[in-house]
Design a protein around this ligand. Structure first.
Ligand code: UDX
Ligand code: UDX
Length: 480
């Protein structure tokens, strides 16, 4: 029986291993983590992450061929294949601060593997890492090998949160990079055999290590670039009276461009896009390619511009001040169908409103109060630390309150900001919301989920990203 151990029971490790266990009954899968609480949650009825379909998959195989454990050393030493899916935060100090990845956790995982191993192992990079990390890991392992053979593979994960289970069940492609030696090829084949239980062979791509690592960074950079491109166009639409949804539809109809990932928004978030582009920028700079670095950096700058522009629209519309005014924030997760808030644009928007002394009331169907307070108190780049190293609950900010539903959040508010595209925000009783708000009542739709005309008919002043401006806003330029 093949034994797999995955270090890191997070958004990537947890769902990926659940699907491997489900699809490969003959493989034993153990997910280990240094966080005792996280493992306890994986073993309970309340899983530590919200992901549609995950509960079912875990329930079907937990206790059979899927285990969650804190006994890291035991399970690593027994495994044939060790996946590593630990945090790779952006460095906050020293060489490469603000761009390069901090590989502390990766390096300690590699040293631990070398320390406890008694048999040959395939070590799989699942975390997104800078190009040539595998080489560094290989050096740590071989310099401490005690005669054991290690093969390093890069097997980047392409799942998106909220659709992780579908993405894992039916991936566009699985990418496996390995050394081009007989042992390397054998290791690639061993991992390929695992995926071949459910993924058609022509979707399992094999390549060299560096190409696999770089493909992951490039794929995320291309996706993020599409969003920044349409967001750039959204600003132009607002200035000229065009409608960004119409433009995106017309552009996406070209089969060379395609219709997906062209929704203008308040900005992209999530644990990957910004971090991966920063990695790409850093690698380009290190190779003396400043034109390439600047090109990709612009994708992040456009995203920051979009978030600032949104805050400025809110403040400018309300007579240039939100001081002491209640603003309802609907949605805090970085996208719908997840409780994840890493790099969510909601943090920047809320911080921007708080800087202007607003009082905010936040409602999100999946994000806890503790998480929101923590996020608003956390400095940039500190979110990507292992959970147990993050600060305990900070003292709640008194200008921030958490509401149990959208109606409570909006009660007595001057404005409503929609920051996550949760389906329930499309179905709200906006007349009821309007009646309970201060007048004039504003809606700022950062996700284009409402119909501006319907809301205007109720009496709202509506701002929607990239849509023709309300006459109220026309003479209020809000360039970031
Ligand atoms: C993680 C990384 O953050 C990301 O950079 C990488 O691309 C994929 O793996 P994700 O699963 O979304 O992504 O992160 P997270 O939910 O934070 O999970 C990482 C887990 O690793 C945490 O549960 C943490 O406790 C654990 N961990 C971290 C260890 O078990 N050992 C360590 O030394 C460090
Ligand atoms: C992304 C990649 O899609 C995935 O392949 C990779 O493995 C990890 O990073 P994820 O961050 O989970 O996945 O979600 P994704 O659906 O890509 O959304 C990222 C951000 O972009 C979200 O904030 C989302 O709201 C935003 N977005 C997405 C837009 O603003 N407009 C769009 O058209 C699409």
């Amino acid at each position: 029986m093949v034994k797999i151990c995955c270090i890191g029971a997070g958004y990537v490790g947890g769902p990926t291993m659940a699907v491997i266990a489900l699809k490969c009954p003959s493989v034993e899968v153990v997910v280990v983590d240094i966080s005792v609480n996280r493992i306890a949650a994986w073993n309970s009825d309340q899983l530590p992450i919200y992901e549609p379909g995950l509960d079912d998959a875990v329930k079907q195989c937990r206790g059979k061929n899927l285990l969650f454990s804190t006994d890291i050393e035991k399970h690593v030493s027994e495994a044939d294949i060790v996946f590593v899916s630990v945090n790779t935060p952006t460095k906050t100090r020293g060489l490469g601060a603000g761009k390069a990845s901090d590989l502390t956790y990766w390096e300690s995982a590699a040293r631990m593997i070398a320390e406890v191993s008694k048999s040959d192992k395939i070590v799989v990079e699942k975390s997104t890492v800078p190009v040539r990390t595998a080489e560094a890991i290989e050096k740590i392992l071989t310099h401490n090998s005690k005669g054991i053979n290690y093969q390093i593979l890069s097997n980047p994960e392409f799942l998106a949160e909220g659709t992780a289970m579908q993405d894992l069940f039916n991936p566009d492609r699985v990418l496996i990079g390995g050394r081009e030696t007989p042992e390397g090829r054998k290791a690639v084949q061993a991992l390929k055999d695992v995926y071949a239980h459910w993924v058609p062979e022509d979707r399992i791509l094999t390549t060299d290590l560096w190409s696999a690592e770089l493909s992951k960074l490039a794929a995320n950079a291309f996706l993020a670039q599409r969003i920044s491109s349409i967001n750039a166009i959204s600003a132009l639409c607002e200035a000229t009276g065009a409608n960004v949804s119409e433009v995106a539809y017309a552009v996406g109809k070209d089969s060379r461009v395609g219709p997906k990932f062209l929704n203008a928004s308040v900005g992209f978030g999530g644990s990957s896009f910004q971090k991966d582009i920063l990695n790409l920028v850093y690698i380009s700079e290190c190779n003396g390619l400043s034109a390439v670095a600047n090109y990709w950096y612009q994708v992040i700058q456009m995203n920051d511009y979009q978030k600032n522009r949104f805050v400025n629209r809110v403040v400018a519309s309300m007579f240039n001040t939100v001081s002491g005014k209640k603003i309802a924030v609907l949605g805090f997760a970085f996208k719908k169908d997840t409780g994840d808030t890493r790099e969510t644009p909601a943090v920047d928007v809320c911080k921007g409103l708080l800087r202007d002394k607003a009082t905010i009331s936040i409602y999100d169907p999946q994000v806890t109060e503790d998480q929101i307070q923590r996020d608003l108190a956390t400095n940039k780049f500190y979110w990507d630390r292992p959970v147990h190293l993050q600060p305990m609950s900070p003292t709640a900010m008194k200008q921030v309150s958490i509401a149990w539903d959208a109606y409570e959040a909006a009660k007595g508010a001057h404005g409503v900001c929609i920051l996550t595209e949760w389906d329930e925000f499309k179905e709200l009783d906006y007349r009821r919301i309007y009646n309970d708000m201060q007048k004039p009542a504003f809606v700022f739709d950062g996700r284009n989920v409402v119909d501006p005309e319907k809301l205007r008919a109720i009496g709202f002043i509506v701002y929607a990203i990239g849509k023709p401006l309300d006459s109220w806003l026309k003479n209020m330029p809000a360039v970031a």
